[in-house]
Design a protein around this ligand. Structure first.
Ligand code: NAD
Ligand code: ZN
Ligand code: ZN
Length: 339
């Protein structure tokens, strides 16, 4: 059996092992992809650490922002062919027949498989995709730049849609990391006015570069007080931060009638103010990645030149260092592995 190099989680919380593993064979409906790049999402850190109530089962290969070329297809695959460029996604597959799948909410399917979590992902030289759920990479796209669209891009694009913020209204984006820095760009492209909140100056500078009109360092001033004072509160708030404290603050950043969307997934809970939520008529909703149609739309924004992720390339052998940097909040934009 032929083998490939991959970064494998052998034990939750332990460093990943970069080692030889067998190249998988595509089953019915699947395709084998030779990877060119893969973004590293903070979710991969949560996966490797077993941070969430539903844990992945080692050994597994993380990664759900992989871009590569189809080199073989399994039985029954007709929508993609050898030579096509495709990407994997967190929504690796869904059942297609349940109530959620039928009503355009396949991201809520209880039978879904998740790339780099319940099925092996893109931290290796090859990966499998489910042909019906793989993202189609437009011709000419830069495989390094487009990788972060596959999770960060589609997730914040969907999050911004469900914030119900209209063009000309304010969205507050809390956390300007991999997700947040593209969120600023999508929000601007969607006609929203942006206030950005983070805890480091370089991330806020990045947000300003992408068009944020107001920036707040949450370590220096109370972001809720600051936003109420500067803009009268935001019509919508998108939380991509990896710290629990940002979630309570987000509720207080909204103006009356506003919607607060949670994308970030730090482990744990936070106290929420019942009185404010009720009297201000707030809506609080979670939002998880996006559907295949959201992916097509998110990629289309990129393809039209409206989104430019800030990317730095690294090698697979550096994956543990990259994960440590993400955990320490030291990554500006997205790190993309290049094979
Ligand atoms: P990242 O590490 O690149 O960015 C996180 C950002 O949060 C950093 O810029 C950090 O400085 C900032 N931050 C930390 N504490 C903060 C605070 N108190 N206030 C404001 N900002 C703060 O991570 P990422 O890849 O952008 O992922 C962010 C989170 O979103 C992770 O928890 C990840 O698992 C989750 N995620 C969710 C979905 C989804 O579908 N809901 C999809 C992808 C990622
Ligand atoms: Zn992700
Ligand atoms: Zn389903």
């Amino acid at each position: 059996m032929e083998s490939m190099q991959a970064a494998v989680v052998e034990e939750l919380g332990a460093p990943l092992s970069v080692k030889d593993t067998p190249i998988p064979e595509p089953g019915p409906g699947e395709a084998l992809v030779r990877l060119v790049t893969s973004g590293v999402c903070h979710t991969d850190v949560h996966a490797a650490h077993g941070d969430w109530p539903v844990k992945p089962t080692p050994p597994f290969i993380p990664g759900h922002e992989g871009v590569g070329e189809v080199v073989a297809v399994g039985e029954g695959v007709t929508n993609i062919k050898v030579g096509d460029m495709v990407g994997n996604a967190w929504l690796w597959s869904a059942c297609g027949v349940c109530e959620y799948c039928r009503t355009g909410w396949e991201t809520l399917c209880e039978q879904q498989q998740n790339g780099g979590y319940s099925v092996n992902g893109s931290f290796g030289q090859y990966m499998l995709v489910n042909a019906a759920y793989a993202a189609l990479i437009p011709p000419g796209a830069d495989p390094v730049e487009i990788a972060p669209i596959l999770c960060a891009g589609v997730t914040v694009y969907k999050g911004l849609k469900v914030s119900e913020v209209r063009p000309g209204q304010w969205i507050a984006i809390s956390g300007i990391g991999g997700l947040g820095h593209v969120a600023v760009q999508y929000a601007r492209a969607m006609g929203m006015r942006v206030a950005a909140i983070d805890v480091t100056e370089d991330k806020l500078a990045l947000a300003r570069e992408y068009g944020a009109e107001v920036t707040v360092n949450a370590l220096e001033e109370d972001p809720a007080d600051a936003l109420q004072e500067k803009i009268g509160g935001a019509h919508g708030v998108l939380v991509t931060a990896v710290h629990r404290s940002a979630f309570g603050q987000a509720i207080a950043m909204a103006r009356r009638g506003g919607t607060i969307v949670f994308n970030g997934l730090p482990p744990g809970d936070f106290p929420a103010p019942i009185f404010d939520i009720v009297l201000k008529g707030l809506t609080i909703r979670g939002s998880i990645v996006g559907t295949r149609q959201d992916m097509v739309e998110a990629i289309d924004f990129y393809d039209r030149g409206l989104i430019h992720p800030k990317v730095a390339t690294r090698e697979l052998g550096e994956i543990n260092a990259v994960m440590d940097e993400l955990l320490a909040g030291q990554v500006d934009g997205r790190v993309v592995l290049q094979y």
